[in-house]
Design a protein around this ligand. Structure first.
Ligand code: 3H9
Length: 698
């Protein structure tokens, strides 16, 4: 027996304790250990029942994800589950913390299940591009019915113990030490003369409208295939005998294991955890973060304040005038009442946050005691410098001075203070209390513990924090500017904005670039084009047709007209007929004969532009690792999670083929399509972006 399972005997009951920190993942050694321990219990004279428990913070978090993609090793989990279920002994699972994926599947193979009130159970395999592969698609519907089983499997969301008991997944919920609770339950079952109760022997669930369910799940997944595949797996549970159903589940699981989506989603899982884990910050203590200052109470400032309040911090918000201060207070209260309505906070909490934890003031001196201040004022260097000079004079020594700028030079802002080591960029995404991404922008002189404090703030606010260096647009907006430009070029050359939006939504983006532009406000791009005009390279192609719409005062959703026309109160628009006219006029002026683009062509150009700029961002050290870019795009720009991020997408395509396409596009526009040196190097060496992630982890 491996040391992953501790075997103890308590009268006629054997306890199998899984010890595989941190979360008892079902590695080969755990599976082997459980197998051997079952054999031992069955051979142990007088043992009548087995209790399976987990050590540490969880029962079992599932299969060991690090083993995926490698050749499977025996004993396979489905066989182990069958072996547990077939045991002549009475098998009880006593669960605490999470029981996820294969963890719940082990529990479903037990004959009885008891859990702590705080326990959660779930089947999150779809989030890894998979379906449950050790019997859950066959056993769960026998307990809950097909519809409820599908809800759990296709959403991947865990449910609480009491809900699981109500669905028939758990037999009992009881508080106490999991081993003691499990032992008492097993003893009670034995005393009552309870018999083995294999779930596989229960009658199959009733059928539902499978095709309609499949279509609905496929549409909801926006191109993600695993949830829809789960529908077919559950369908067979109602149509075939258990053994055959299990085989079908296995076949579907193995098919998904070979997909790009599985690779992308597992890359996302590990990158999400690695992204805030910076070797340079090991052992560096962050500064304290009890009270946060926010300068500016517009949408961004109010969102940042809301996020900090929800994380339990006191907030001092500064506005210029009393009316603006009142409006900021209302904006924050509005955000918090959203949290109140969704049941995230109680009325009491709402009152405390709005009345005690939040101070809104027009006096910078109110910031004298804050630990960190985030400036969220107008994007103008002179205004920012003025604000930072004031902060320098009022904030206590050691206070972290952060700017929320989305593209301005943080070094220049830092130089406006006498303490550049305390200055950092914290680039939030709007609405800041909802969007998950935080770019932590490290300037030349930023002190290490200030960087650590930026990451600590991100963690406290529940954000995915990414380290970025200083350049125009940092990681995300710099790459966005490039792939947006690629889309603009395609429009000039003949693709319609609507075809482009649709092709990219079909690829998996939450929205296409032109719908996003309407949402963000067309005035932002207009201002950026004006700002960049003086330094523009003569070979740069910049469409100006949309500026004409801006000149007429149409800025997208907020004015009701942009690329699309929006009826009052509607978020989705219909194509604006003026756009085609404006494009045609510009094409005529430039002597361009429009040509057709296939959807595939559109996606490829857009993605190649994104990857090429991203490779420059990594090559220049603005992002330290390709995974930093991947997480930025995933959490800030609606990039489809199942591709893992643009760098992972490029790895999956093969870097030589991505480079070859960039070189081909460069024949028409050499200035825009200059290949990134890093991409050329990696392609020449036969290496991938993920190799760089691995190098960085060493
Ligand atoms: C499955 O079960 C398939 C079966 O149906 C069929 C098979 C045939 N494996 O997230 P944390 C690591 S698919 C390996 O920071 P938390 C994680 O990487 C699986 N490692 O903590 C991290 O490592 P590090 C279905 C795992 O408290 C450390 O544990 N299960 C696994 O915020 C701590 O994790 C899932 O999809 C794993 N399964 O959250 C569950 N799980 O410290 C995935 C975690 O080196 N896991 N690690 O960075 C989770 O959702 C969360 O990790 C969990 C803990 C809720 C468990």
């Amino acid at each position: 027996m491996t040391d992953k399972i501790a075997y103890t005997r308590h009268d006629d009951i054997a306890v199998l304790r899984i010890q595989n920190p941190p979360v008892n993942a079902l590695s080969q050694a755990v599976r082997q250990g459980l197998w051997d321990a079952m054999e031992r219990a069955e051979a142990d004279a007088g043992v009548k029942a087995v209790v399976i428990v987990g050590e540490g913070r969880a029962f079992i978090a599932g299969a060991d994800i690090t083993e995926f993609g490698k050749p499977p090793t025996e004993p396979y989990l489905p066989i182990l589950c069958n072996r547990i279920e077939a045991s002549p002994l009475l098998v009880v699972a006593s669960m605490h913390g999470v029981s996820l994926g294969g963890g719940l599947e082990v529990a479903l193979s037990a004959h009885y299940r008891i859990a702590q009130p705080s326990a959660k159970v779930g089947l999150p395999e779809v989030n890894l591009g998979l379906i449950p592969g050790a019997g859950a698609t066959q056993r769960l519907p026998r307990l809950t019915g097909a519809e409820k089983a599908l809800e759990m499997i296709t959403s991947g969301a865990p449910i609480k113990a009491e809900a699981a008991r109500d669905l028939g997944i758990l037999d009992r919920v009881a508080e106490g030490d999991p081993e003691a609770v499990g032992l008492a339950y097993a003893a009670e079952l034995l005393a009552d003369g309870a018999t083995r109760r294999p779930v596989s022997e229960l009658p199959p669930a009733d059928a539902i409208d499978w095709d309609a369910t499949y279509d609905a799940v496929l549409a909801k997944g926006r191109g993600q295939i695993s949830p829809a595949t789960a529908v077919r797996a559950v369908q067979v549970a109602t149509e075939l005998p258990f053994e055959q159903g299990l085989q079908k589940e296995r076949d579907l699981f193995m098919e998904l294991m070979q997909t790009d989506q599985r690779q992308g989603m597992i890359h996302a899982f590990f990158s999400e955890r690695a992204v805030s884990n910076l070797p340079e910050l090991k052992g560096v203590e962050p500064r304290s973060l009890n009270t946060i200052g926010v300068i500016g109470g517009g949408t961004m400032g109010a969102g940042i304040a809301t996020a900090a309040l929800l994380a339990g911090m006191d907030v001092v918000l500064i506005e210029m005038k009393p009316e603006a201060a009142r409006a900021a207070h209302e904006r924050i209260s509005g955000n918090l009442s959203g949290a109140l309505k969704r049941g995230k906070i109680s009325q009491d909490k709402f009152d405390t946050l709005t009345e005690k934890a939040l101070t809104v003031s027009t006096d910078y001196d109110s910031l004298s005691d804050v630990d960190l201040v985030v400036e969220a004022v107008f994007e103008n260097m002179d205004v920012k410098k003025e604000v930072f000079a004031k902060l320098d004079s009022v904030c206590k020594p050691g206070c972290v001075l952060a700017t929320n700028t989305s593209y301005l030079d943080v070094n220049e802002i830092a130089a406006a203070t006498s303490r550049p080591a305390d200055v950092i960029g914290l680039h939030f995404f709007s609405p800041a209390h909802i969007m998950k991404l935080l770019e932590v922008v490290v300037a030349e002189k930023t002190a290490k513990d200030v960087v650590a404090t930026g990451f600590a703030l991100g963690k406290a606010l529940g954000k995915i924090s990414v380290r970025a260096g200083v350049c125009d647009g940092f990681i995300g907006n710099r790459i966005l500017a490039t792939y947006r430009t690629a889309a603009d070029h395609m429009v000039l050359d003949g693709a319609s904005p609507y075809q482009i939006d649709k092709a990219l939504v079909d690829f998996g983006f939450a929205m296409g670039p032109f719908a996003v532009a309407d949402l963000a406000g067309l005035d932002i791009g207009w201002m950026t084009r004006k700002r960049k005009a003086p330094d523009r390279h003569p070979d740069e192609r910049v469409p100006t047709y949309i500026d004409k719409l801006c000149e007429e005062g149409h800025f997208g959703q907020k004015t009701g007209e942009g690329y699309y026309i929006y009826a009052a109160g509607k978020r989705a628009g219909v194509p604006n007929p003026k756009i085609a006219e404006l494009i045609a006029a510009e094409q005529a002026e430039l002597g361009i004969t429009p040509r057709p683009f296939t959807d595939e062509d559109i996606v490829r150009r857009y993605m190649c532009a994104m990857v090429n700029e991203a490779a420059k961002v990594v090559g220049e050290g603005i992002a330290r690792r390709p995974l930093d870019v991947d997480m930025t795009l995933l959490f800030g720009y609606g990039f489809p999670r199942y591709w893992g991020g643009p760098m992972k997408w490029a790895d999956i395509q093969g870097l030589p083929s991505v480079l070859a396409d960039i070189q081909r596009y460069a024949q028409d526009d050499a200035w825009f399509w200059q290949p990134a040196p890093l991409l050329e190097d990696l392609a020449a060496q036969g290496r991938t972006f993920d190799d760089l992630n691995k190098d960085a982890a060493k």
